[in-house]
Design a protein around this ligand. Sequence first.
Ligand code: UN1
Length: 508
Amino acid sequence: MEFLKKLGIEGTNLGTSTGQKFIGSGAKETISSHTPIDGSQIADTTVTTREEYDQVVNTALEAFEEWRMTPAPKRGEIVRQIGLELREHKEYLGRLVTYEMGKIYQEGLGEVQEMIDICDFAVGQSRMLYGKTMPSERPRHRMYEQWHPLGITGIISAFNFPVAVYSWNAMIAAVAGNVMIWKGSEKTPLCSIAVQNIIAKVLKRNDLPEGIFNLVTGGREVGEWMTEDERLPLISATGSIRMGKEVAKTVAGRLGKTILELGGNNAIIVSKDADLEMAARAIAFGAVGTCGQRCTSTRRLIIHKEVFNPLKERLVEIYKEVNIGNPLKEDTLVGPLIDQQAIDNMQNALQEVQDEGGEVIYGGEVLENKQLDGGHYVRPAIVTAQNDWDIVQEETFAPILYLTQYSDLDEAISLHNGVKQGLSSSIFTLNIREGETFLSARGSDCGIANVNVGTSGAEIGGAFGGEKETGGGRESGSDAWKAYMRRQTNTINWGSEMPLAQGIEFDV
Ligand code: UN1
């Protein structure tokens, strides 16, 4: 396949890299990558051994010595070139994301576009790592703060955004002066290797040392080496709440820093004053896009009782029109789930919600696809449910949309906030009071709150992340860069006296 060749991953048996070079070879544990499109094997990748891991860390520590002393705008120049290289490879990499992860090609392209956007953002940021200057209370003293890099940033990312989420972290961390060790998901190892190959071109061209952008491959064990390792002052992890709690505990146990981007259980409130057609379109993209496997996917609808039936009917109509199948095909809107486990989880959730008394209004079936035998296709489901049912309280990584009703806005907001997660949220209303209430301190408790915009598909310019069990981390835009740096307060005495702060007299 042309795009595999162009990305340098055809028949690969790679896995561990210190930037320009892949290291390690010979017989060892491998991970086989399969496409969820038809279940066929794409290639094998090697799992990082403990020895290779230590080699990576040592190389990274050495590179940090040089990288931290490279002026930030010069680091930005490297990221600018990575952005250009990504533009060159956008179609191939987008295709690989689709092939290995299963999201439709439009969304594969969108993901690479997010990488390009964050590169551009990071280039600008590289000249804006601003610290404040504050007036000193002492005469002839100057006081200011500056931001320094932390060291090795460990990045653990998930299968559902196999390339973009890495870039949010890596490109910002890189301009901040850090070196990176990335462990991508074991479900999408080829995406990691392809990105590594693209970055390697820029590193080689600029004659940079090994150890700035590093890659390790593997499962839980490799992740634990990272979280336990004191040489990694910061771990940025994206994944399940269960995983995040373990990462948080381990890293906090050594007083390291974390950025956690965990599960969401995102809802849209649809008011009786909503533009229902606009709402329906946003809901459909949020609920069935990426086959319900975004952390920002719309999982719950809280609908005013007066518009419940018309909206429900409109959604069923839209769901009926949605083409499910090969995500590489242009007219497909919903591709496969990632694997059999995801299908089982969806089926179990549907069973559980029906046992509670919910009704599956539409979809939910596992689909046989003769042409794509071995793929993991489902029909997205619409289900009536109650917010406090256990299964509704959980994030099931599949296209299940739970519908509930409300009568007044306070009730809607309380249902909305009545889950443990707090990532993304939205209200559809043309009533300014309702919209502003939702955004106020007594409104949505999420990290992202929108009016007349769905829950998924955030732009990179804002800080991305959420509250409560979503983990509290912020990545990507705004001032998220600060989490990748350490703040230092500096006071300089340029006078000839030695005055103390707080006016303390201490005559020696
Ligand atoms: C994720 O699902 O982990 O806001 C990230 C969005 C995308 C990123 C999702 N820009 O839906």
